[in-house]
Design a binder for this molecule. Structure first.
Ligand code: FAD
Ligand code: NAI
Length: 515
């Protein structure tokens, strides 16, 4: 039967009511979360007789641990030079202003305020660890004091989650002349420098060669960081700079240099081809089998491996150079490695066992990019490791409490001549629970997949699907990329800010003012 106008109107009315109710529900739920966020439960001071657990770092690993940890079981002390957590997957978007940097930062004080027992936080850098004396040395470089202050913090248990620094392989000129992309400050510096290049190129009387150099944006390293940044940069140019400064647009060029035969080596072949083809369409120049050997303030010197096996040396002028060639070990980790004989062969970080204990030590655990557990240095691995340690420590504390209670009940029973049926029953139940708790499985990483944005509202995804793998790329994958990262944002506040930033840059364009 044909729908009559009356029926149609009724259906539309119901559809409208449902939409209205869902929207109202979503707004209500968000308000509730925001209210709870702003009104946390009162916190209590932890028991000073409990063990001191010191956590270094406020990155993916350490924050995942803090989220999971029952802080009432320990005296928790967090030390990090950064008083916020940084959602690194969206950092490339901050370099062009698609997302504002504060939208992907979460103050660590806000995270700690929601724990049941208070946690001490020191904004400082740990400079060394003495595993024999069980103390760490920390340095506060705060500008406000004008001088650095140093102190020691004793620990009973220590978790090292200090991440990694940028690898330069000792290539001359890299540290002095390039921008990196690891921290918020790096993204801000890149954003400024892009506009500096654009405004300088547009200045009166520049030679065409100088305009070409200034507008040449070179990215070294074709891993996910380099690829995502190149994609964001090309978008910025196509969607904003081209419209606002049209006179320099014929000179704008992005070049991605990679030493290996292809970009994104950790992705499947099909997605590597898709990315390289998309980059060609976007006019991003990919130079593979090209190894950068030296950097000056205006040029990059690289060695190209030719198909005939020969080598060719080229000099590439640049305006902006972004260096994204992966991770290197931090000095504090190098120093600890040198103090532990069992770590003498460790090159990429602290070798840990399957419970993430630093090999050759007692009571020291390492997580994330500074630990070598046989997995890639990713946020996914770091957060699963942090989560695992959180559960492990909660379990250890419970086990100790149960053991203490059993001892207490046993001595009570001994005093009473062993005839308290109630105590015996409680001991039996506690022992049963203890057996279960002591059977902790070692850490196993569960790979959920890899995602990367490649520009032009396209993304690539290698995701676990049933028992296999699904490799996909394109605009739908981009929507998936957006929703996946949105759901992974640390807080509701971050989520709302990121959505607003996306809407803002779509509606008004990115902000090209140079701060
Ligand atoms: P980090 O998150 O780097 O945190 C280290 C912490 O230690 C920081 O708080 C730092 O301030 C602190 N610290 C440093 N030195 C000291 C010291 N001496 N004493 C005390 N504290 C110290 N991974 C993914 O899985 N998916 C992605 O999409 C993704 N995108 C990325 C995009 C970019 C641009 C970058 C750079 C990385 C990306 N990664 C991604 C990788 C991911 O960010 C890292 O693997 C992850 O941050 C590692 O977590 P971590 O806790 O080991 O270290
Ligand atoms: P990477 O180690 O993944 O890639 C660095 C690339 O630089 C390598 O392909 C290497 O061959 C190349 N390289 C090294 N030296 C070179 C030279 N002299 N000249 C030219 N090329 C050179 O580093 P990246 O991209 O910084 O990633 C670090 C970690 O963070 C990785 O584990 C990565 O998976 C993860 N990450 C994940 C993202 C995602 O999933 N979307 C995004 C960004 C990072």
């Amino acid at each position: 039967p044909k729908p009559t106008p009356g029926k149609l109107r009724k259906t539309l009315r119901w559809a409208w009511r449902l939409t209205y109710l869902s929207a109202a529900g979503l707004v209500g739920y968000t308000c509730l979360i925001v209210y709870q966020d702003r009104h946390p439960e009162p916190q209590f001071e932890p028991d000073p007789s409990k063990k001191t657990l010191v956590i270094l770092g406020t990155g993916w690993g350490s924050v995942a641990l803090l989220k999971k940890l029952d802080t009432e079981n320990y005296n928790v002390v967090v030390v990090s030079p950064r008083n916020y957590f940084l959602f690194t997957p969206l950092l490339p978007s901050c370099t062009t202003g698609t997302i504002e940097h504060r939208s992907i930062m979460e103050p660590v004080r806000a995270i700690l305020r929601h724990k049941k027992a208070a946690v001490k936080f020191y904004e400082a850098e740990a400079s060394s660890i003495d595993p024999d004396r069980k103390v760490i040395k920390v340095v506060d470089n705060s500008e406000i004091k004008g001088a650095t202050s140093e102190t020691e913090i004793p620990y009973d248990m220590l978790v090292i989650g200090v991440g990694a620094e940028n690898a330069t392989f000792g290539i001359p000129g890299v540290r002095e002349n390039s921008c990196f992309l690891k921290e918020i400050g790096d993204a801000q510096q890149i954003r400024k420098k892009i506009m500096d290049c654009v405004e300088t190129a547009a200045f009166k009387g520049q030679t065409p060669e100088e305009v070409d150099r200034l507008m040449h944006m070179v990215v070294v390293g074709g891993g996910p960081t380099g690829v995502e940044f190149a994609g964001e940069l090309q978008d910025f140019f196509e969607e904003d700079i081209k419209k606002l400064v049209p006179e320099i647009s014929p000179h704008f060029k992005v070049t991605l240099i990679e030493a290996l035969p292809n970009v994104l080596p950790s992705f499947s072949k099909q997605l590597i081809d898709y990315t390289e083809n998309t980059f060609r369409e976007e006019k991003i120049d990919i130079k593979t089998k090209t190894m950068v050997k030296r950097v000056t303030d205006k040029t990059v010197e690289a060695e190209i491996s030719r198909p005939d096996g020969g080598k060719e040396r080229v000099e590439i002028p640049y305006g902006l150079l972004v260096w994204a060639t992966g991770n290197a070990v931090r000095p504090i980790v190098k120093d600890l490695i040198s103090r532990i004989p069992a770590q003498k062969d460790s090159r990429r970080g602290l070798a840990v066992n399957e419970y993430l204990v630093v090999q050759g030590t007692r009571d020291i655990w390492a997580i994330g990019d500074c630990a070598v557990a046989g997995y890639a240095p990713t946020a996914q691995v770091a957060s699963q490791e942090g989560n695992f340690l959180g559960r492990l420590f909660n379990n250890m504390a419970k086990t100790e409490n149960h053991e203490a209670r059993i001892q207490e009940l046993s001595s009570k029973m001994n005093l009473q001549g062993g005839n308290s049926a109630e105590a015996a029953r409680e001991i039996e139940s506690l022992e049963k629970q203890l057996r279960r708790m002591k059977d902790i499985k070692p850490f196993r990483y569960s790979h959920q997949g890899s995602l990367a944005y490649i520009g032009s509202e396209k993304a690539v995804a290698d995701v676990s699907w049933w028992n296999g793998n699904l490799a996909t790329g394109g605009s739908l994958t981009y929507l998936f990329w957006r929703s996946a990262y949105l759901s992974m944002c640390f807080s509701t506040r971050n989520r709302v800010l990121v959505i607003l930033d996306w809407l803002k840059s779509k509606a008004f364009g990115r902000d090209v003012s140079r701060e």
